[in-house]
Ligand binder design. Structure first.
Ligand code: AHR
Length: 639
């Protein structure tokens, strides 16, 4: 919701007109003239320009990328403790269920679900069912791996039958049996395998017994196959969509999710590592409870899987209900917690927290370059951020001098390494602001546009938003010598009823399927076709809604020209090239729509997707028409 303007002195590289004059003489009657000096780099493009911003919002993790199929697996999160769990009484069976605060499998999970079975037999079973995250997605010939903690008051209770059951037919689609449940808490594993069923989400998980007695349950978990077969891993379709964005980094764990509404609801990384049974779970500021199954190490492994560098945000003593910790001794324990966190990420196994990471299953340290101190601390009315940042800066730099520390607002008394700017705007605002960083002081802090989006369209953005995004990204690329990173936010949204807390998101999904918004495809195009330097260039005679960016990859000998026509009318452009011999044929990638309101949805996921064609007749005077409402990339090869 914020647009911040920071005063920075002018320093943008001005293209000398003399260089361009010979190329700009062409008639403008046929539209705009874009002159490009392919032999004259203008500025460096940051290799980390495009990345991802993530937090637990819109059911991004639970009910989203984290592949767990059981909802409310630890019986918490609301006053009842039993949301999404229902009693099963088959035939003559009789039973009751209730949360039990007196017994649980661990210090972290002190409570459980108690099922008292008064009457049941093999044909008339009793127990509970879980309805999943808006259903349970089942596919044919697929193996689902499950586990649960259980105990009973008497071994006579016998075995627990675990089944995936079709909501429509009532038939079990896969079944397993758990034997050996005793009077002490113990974890059990099981496997459920479907056969040639039709894919469907109208299913539930049922856990029943055929004998009277009491059964306690906790941490009931079920996973489908995950991305790269990670245990406790991520949903394949969503990870594949993210991989296609070629992200250089992942900013985590938030956002508001880092801060929490209250200090005691902040993201506490130490409570999200190790065995799942040792994770207490926590309330999140986006009004639902977090399982912390996608915990701190899982964030790092997510980075590893997609070859992204972590951009780690550490809690910095401010939570959103205007609660803050005073700089000085009060803040020391929080600073120490951040130092422990950095050691967990980067330390060798001979360090205290590096050894814990190894115990958790990842002996190799992770590479870390950027650490963000807090999130949106300009909201802290106490004005304590300057002091808090300075305290973290001193302590972190003393131990990790090479880390670059990101401030969440400009500071008066010190120059942070990087400042995080956030923008949530309409398309027209982005059109007018594409030059935002042209005059930014190159001697000031570097810029991280840590959250930005054109907010048009719901739940995911429409084509008008994609045009705003693309126009804005041309400005980011041109200024990528100072804008070192940028990330769209929010990234993910569960489009099931009640799944969304924030409109205009990038990737939408339900229980089984997912799709990219037009903005997503614009991100894919901008990230995939990006050189290492910008080229001297100038656009003349264009209307106010034509934007471009041109970058060059000297290693690959490729030039990438991005053109954005946010007008409904086609835009003829003569592209005058100098300083390079270009192959006669190039690649043209186009994303376009007939209206700004056109979009993709979960029902119609592929209305607007990029198309590729061959661009023939590439010459020093290339005449090209950008269709109305279009985003294009022209990839040219140097000979
Ligand atoms: O992206 C949604 C929210 O917007 C983030 O949590 C917060 O940092 C910003 O205000």
């Amino acid at each position: 919701m914020l647009k911040k303007t920071f005063a920075r002195a002018a320093a943008w590289i001005v293209v000398p007109l003399a260089c361009l004059a010979p190329f700009a003489l062409h008639s403008q009657t046929s539209g705009a003239v874009l002159t490009i000096r392919a032999d004259k780099p203008a500025s460096q493009v940051s290799p980390t320009l495009y990345g991802l911003m993530t937090e637990e919002i819109n059911y991004s993790y639970d009910g989203g990328i984290y592949a767990e199929m059981v909802r409310n697996r630890t019986f918490g999160g609301d006053w009842s403790g039993i949301q999404h769990w229902f009693l099963v009484e088959k035939g003559t069976a009789e039973a009751a269920l209730a949360p039990d605060k007196q017994t649980g499998p661990s210090e972290a999970l002190k409570a459980s679900l108690r099922i008292e079975v008064k009457q049941a037999d093999a044909q008339n079973q009793a127990g509970v069912l879980n309805d999943g995250w808006w259903g349970m997605p089942l596919r044919p010939n697929t193996t689902y791996k499950g586990s649960l903690y259980a105990k009973t008051d008497s071994a006579e209770l016998g075995s627990v039958t675990v089944s995936l059951v079709s909501d429509d037919s009532g038939k079990p689609l896969a079944t397993a049996s758990i034997a050996g449940i005793g009077t002490d808490w113990k974890q059990f594993q099981f496997t459920l395998k479907t056969d040639a069923i039709a894919p469907s989400v109208s299913n539930h998980l049922s856990l029943t017994v055929g004998h009277a007695g009491t059964l306690w349950l906790n941490l009931v978990s079920l996973f489908p196959p995950t991305y790269r077969d990670r245990v406790n891993g991520n949903r394949v379709d969503l990870m594949e969509k993210l991989a296609e964005m070629h992200p250089a980094f992942l900013r985590f764990p938030g956002g508001n999710y880092l801060e929490g509404d209250h200090i005691n609801e902040r993201y506490q990384w130490k409570k999200t590592i190790g065995s799942l049974v040792d994770r207490p779970t926590h309330p999140s500021p986006w009004h639902y409870h977090s399982s912390d199954g996608l915990g701190f190490l899982e964030f790092l492994e997510w980075c590893e899987d997609l070859k992204m560098q972590p951009v780690l945000a550490v809690y910095a003593g401010y939570s959103m209900a205007q609660e803050h910790v005073n700089p000085g001794p009060d803040l020391d324990p929080y600073v120490q917690d951040a130092l422990d966190e950095l050691e967990y990420v980067t330390g060798g196994t001979d360090t205290k927290w590096g050894a814990v990471r190894a115990q958790n299953g990842h002996p190799e340290p992770f590479k870390l370059h950027y650490v963000e101190i807090g999130n949106e601390d300009f909201f802290d009315k106490s004005g304590s951020y300057e002091g808090r940042y300075a305290q973290y800066y001193k302590a972190i730099k003393a131990k990790y001098p090479d880390l670059e520390l990101i401030a969440t607002m400009p500071l008066k008394n010190m120059k942070p390494d990087v400042v995080d700017d956030h923008y949530y705007l309409r398309a027209t605002q982005f059109f007018k602001d594409t030059t935002h960083y042209d005059k930014t002081d190159r001697n000031g802090p570097k810029i991280f546009v840590g959250e930005w989006a054109t907010r048009e369209g719901s739940p995911t953005t429409n084509f008008g938003a994609a045009l705003g995004d693309a126009a804005w990204m041309t400005g980011l690329e041109r200024n990528s010598d100072i804008v070192v990173m940028a990330a769209y936010a929010p990234l993910l949204v569960n489009v099931n009823p009640g799944g969304m807390q924030w409109e205009s998101d990038l990737i939408g999904y339900d229980t089984m399927h997912s799709y990219g918004s037009p903005s997503y495809w614009a991100q894919v195009m901008f990230s995939k076709y990006l050189g290492s330097e910008t080229l001297e260039s100038k656009l003349e005679g264009a209307g106010p809604k034509l934007f471009y960016s041109v970058t060059h990859d000297s290693a690959k000998k490729r030039i990438y020209l991005k053109l954005v026509n946010a007008s409904s009318a086609p835009a003829p452009v003569t592209i005058e090239w100098a300083g390079a011999k270009l192959a006669e044929a190039g690649k043209l990638v186009t994303l376009s729509a007939h209206t700004t309101q056109a979009t993709n949805t979960i029902q119609r996921p592929s209305e607007i997707v990029p198309t590729e064609s061959v661009l023939h007749g590439v010459s020093e005077h290339l005449r090209h028409t950008v269709p109305g409402y279009a985003i294009q990339v022209i990839e040219l090869e140097e000979r």
